[in-house]
Ligand binder design. Structure first.
Ligand code: F6R
Length: 612
């Protein structure tokens, strides 16, 4: 979704802003713009609908726009269609104040009407322009930009990250945040703001995360941060561990492909540091055996693929903990008056740590007195900071919109926590604990093993890419894994796809199977393999073409019935989805490739959904 970058320092701002926006392209956007201030030219604003290249062309790669203070933005339209006028930055009526904004101002219409009554005219349809005009109104009234920002923040409702520059303040960049991420970057030649660390990682890895209600004033030599009462604050610095190559394609055709191949390493980084002397050590989280004993109910809340990771974990945790686990879509949980009390453990799963629905659901769980634990990939993200505990997945930056290593590391992290809790509760035998732990540690090798021979998946994608509708069927963990496999396929290849629990076929959905329908039959869950086979026979009898995914051990049996078989290495039955998902990701990838789709930036989708 929208991206913000800002710079004040001793270098030309425009190239830095354009490069920063380029690094955030992956988030999805439909227009882009920059505002730069120079002593000679004053405030210069350039905006363009469409790809960032259009803005780069418009400004001759930034050379037409001079000055060492500036803000930039990629917009993902919410209020008003994507066009040059609605693109950010928005400028106040007198042209002195420019502002970029991520988030949504909920009471903008009311403010707009009030300002219009006072004679202010508006150029765009956006909520953001209203804030620029309101800022000018208060600035005219009080004469201090900082004071005016404070007044505006008290008046507006909704979510925001702002970057603001003003002609009267040639050396200052002002930033503010509430419910939308904003990072401060401390550089050698100046200072930065960014909504996503990838935008500034080339310049600095020394950052601080702004909290809700904070306002920052950046100059080339300093960053001063204030709370909402304008009391100065000391910010804790964080060091970004990964380097710039982690967010680059490095010769791979797509980020998604690179990220699929990075899974063994990402899973290893998530698991290995947390296993010492044959035991799971979760220094990061503070759940005690006493608390675990009192857990009456567990919720997993998440959206999209993270929800599907939770759907796998539900089966795993219920097996291990013998406690009820409910996986609820965060967007439903927040409005469902959920049954949460102090004995409820709520796991919020989010790669970005910024998904608005998951954030809101987490807050609701906390408000009701539940204990919250976040599984997040982005250090310092909002969900990670608001949860009582956080366990990071160490996947590194995920750039492709469709998640792969984000999902795999969520599975690994949830397996770890589940096994850890089961150990605290004594609900798993020592033998099984050891067996699962050993298998967890060799998961990366087994993933790698499959990834070295994935050509058959590529081949089957070339056979089946022109189907209009593809069904995934499976039972138990295979069903949960199929949900993610089906989502991967539909989001990047635009093929209609559904995942069904195989046992449900007879209850209605088998009517959709007709000669030639492609069914991806999942049979990796050993205990239910025979039942998976029966379902293959059942759909074959109705004329379906079956592509089966199973384990090496069952390959031969499956080959007797299915039209095509992909096999992955075997592991503990509870961990099998971590291996089974890899061919499903690659199948989706190669099908999308055959269909000529924009794999890293599928239509209508954005990375990190920060609006409801
Ligand atoms: C699908 C995908 C999305 C995300 C969902 C939640 O490939 O990436 O479905 O899983 O938007 O995002 P996070 O995990 O960042 O909360």
């Amino acid at each position: 979704m929208c991206g913000i970058v800002g710079f004040v320092g001793r270098e030309e701002a425009a190239p830095i802003l354009l490069e920063g926006l380029r690094q955030m392209e992956y988030r999805g956007y439909d227009s882009a713009g920059i505002a730069v201030r120079s002593p000679e030219k004053g405030l210069q604003v350039k905006k363009s609908k469409g790809r960032l290249q259009a803005l780069a062309d418009l400004t001759h790669n930034g050379t037409d726009v001079s000055g060492c203070l500036g803000i930039g933005h990629t917009r993902w339209a919410t209020h008003g269609e994507p066009n040059d006028i609605n693109a950010h930055p928005h400028v106040s009526e007198n042209g002195a104040i420019a502002l970029v904004h991520n988030g949504i101002i909920e009471n903008y219409l009311e403010i707009k009407e009030q300002l219009a009554r006072q004679g202010v005219s508006f150029a765009s349809d956006t909520d953001t322009e209203v804030v620029a005009q309101l800022l000018e109104f208060h600035y005219n009234e009080c004469g201090s930009m900082l004071e005016a920002v404070g007044r505006v923040l008290r008046r507006i409702e909704g979510s925001y990250a702002f970057g603001i520059i003003c002609s009267d303040y040639p050396n200052a960049l002002i930033a503010a945040r509430k419910d939308s991420p904003l990072i401060l970057g401390y550089g050698e030649n100046g200072n930065f703001i960014a909504s996503d660390v990838t935008a500034i990682i080339k310049h600095t890895r020394d950052v601080a995360y702004m909290n809700d209600g904070e306002i920052a004033v950046l100059t080339e030599n300093s960053i001063d941060v204030f709370d909402s009462e304008m009391t100065p604050l000391e910010k804790e610095h964080s060091f970004i561990e990964w380097d710039v190559t982690a967010a680059e394609k490095c010769g791979y055709p797509h980020f998604m492909f690179k990220e699929i191949l990075e899974q063994p390493e990402a899973v290893r980084k998530t698991i290995s540091p947390r296993i010492r002397d044959g035991r799971i050590v979760l220094d990061d989280i503070s759940l005690t055996a006493e608390y675990a004993e009192n857990i009456s109910h567990i919720y997993m809340i998440a959206c999209g693929s993270a929800f599907y990771a939770g759907s796998v974990a539900k089966y795993v945790w219920e097996q291990l903990l013998r406690r009820p686990v409910e996986v609820v879509l965060a967007s439903e949980f927040r409005y469902s008056d959920p049954l949460v009390d102090e004995n409820t453990l709520v796991i919020a799963i989010s790669q970005s740590g910024e998904t608005l629905d998951t954030m809101a659901a987490l807050r609701e769980a906390k408000r009701l007195g539940g204990r919250t634990l976040a599984v997040c990939n982005v250090v310092g993200s909002s969900i990670a900071r608001e949860a009582d505990d956080v366990l990071y997945t160490w996947a590194g930056p995920e750039i492709a919109v469709a998640t792969s290593k984000g999902y795999s590391t969520q599975l690994a992290a949830l397996d770890l926590i589940g096994l850890y809790l089961a150990d605290l509760l004594g609900s798993v035998s020592r033998e099984e604990y050891d067996e699962i732990l050993t298998e967890l540690q060799v998961l990366p090798e087994k993933m790698q093993q499959y990834l070295e021979h994935y050509e058959e998946t590529q081949y089957y994608a070339s056979l089946y890419f022109n189907h209009d509708s593809i069904f995934f069927i499976g039972r138990n963990l295979d069903f949960a894994m199929g949900l993610e496999g089906s989502l991967k396929l539909k989001e990047i290849s635009y093929i209609h796809s559904e995942a069904y629990a195989s046992g449900e076929l007879k209850h209605g959905t088998i009517s959709l199977i007709e000669p030639g329908t492609l069914v991806v039959a999942l049979g990796t869950h050993g205990p239910l393999f025979d039942k998976a086979m029966s379902n293959v026979v059942e759909v074959k009898a109705r004329g379906a073409t079956v592509l089966a995914v199973t384990t090496e051990g069952f390959r031969e049996k499956m080959e007797k019935t299915a039209d095509a078989v992909i096999a992955v290495p075997e592991t503990h039955r509870l961990l099998q989805p971590s291996l089974g998902i890899v061919p499903l990701q690659l199948f989706a990838y190669y099908v999308a490739l055959q269909r000529g789709c924009d794999i890293d930036k599928p239509r209508n989708l954005a990375k990190s959904v920060t609006v409801e």
